[in-house]
Design a protein around this ligand. Structure first.
Ligand code: FES
Length: 204
């Protein structure tokens, strides 16, 4: 079975909590931000995507069944509808809790021609994980992704809100060491950045 099929395995879909087990965990600030986001959209349904980014931040970078259930509850939508949206987009983390830093290395054509496969193999060797896996210490998740739309910087990769490239083996090693010492989750930071952009969009 290929890795890709394993990642999409139904066993790794978020699990819906029983209605009586639903615990609302958004922070006070998160609730206020959701209320502000809702004023930017004509319906609660239209706010599902930004609400999921907010939930991904509030739930430490992971859209668990509880997180999805909370979004469904707050937007008065069904769990199935919100889960369907969350699992459709790969930018949402629904398969499992990611590490502190999600390394998304592009192995598409331009990056491949410029040595991305060697860099991918170096990451596999350095971190001891493959595509879709997280290191045991919870620091890194590795994902091989399609074009990041940054081909002029090939080979490149994305970590949180930052793009890095053109990468060499040396700059990749340096970056991994820097991330090892970065205790703030770039996954959570990235989700928050998107929430803040969405909030500002409504002010324009
Ligand atoms: S092919 Fe890698 S960014 Fe476009």
């Amino acid at each position: 079975m290929s890795e890709l099929i394993q990642i999409g395995s139904p066993n790794q879909r978020p699990r819906q909590p029983r209605p009586e087990d639903l615990k609302l965990q958004f922070s006070e600030q998160g609730v206020k931000e959701l209320e502000a986001l809702l004023t930017h959209y004509p319906t609660k349904k239209a706010c599902i995507l930004p609400a999921l980014w907010l939930a991904q931040r509030e739930y430490d970078g992971y859209l668990s069944g509880d997180a999805i259930a909370e979004v469904a509850h707050r937007l008065e939508r069904s769990y199935a509808e919100v889960e369907g949206v969350a699992t459709f987009y790969s930018l949402y983390n629904t398969a499992h809790k990611p590490g502190l830093h999600k390394i998304e290395i592009c192995t598409c054509l331009c990056c491949h021609i410029n040595g991305a496969w060697n860099l991918r193999d170096r990451l596999v060797e350095k971190l001891g994980i493959h595509h879709g896996e997280t290191t045991e210490d919870g620091l890194f998740t590795l994902e091989e992704v399609e074009c990041l739309n940054s081909c002029d910087r090939a080979p490149c990769m994305q970590v949180g809100s930052q793009y890095y490239g053109p990468l060499t083996e040396e700059s990749l090693d340096d970056l991994i060491e820097t991330l090892r010492n970065t205790k703030e989750s770039t996954v959570v930071q990235y989700s928050n950045d998107i929430v803040q952009v969405q909030l500002r969009k409504g002010e324009a």
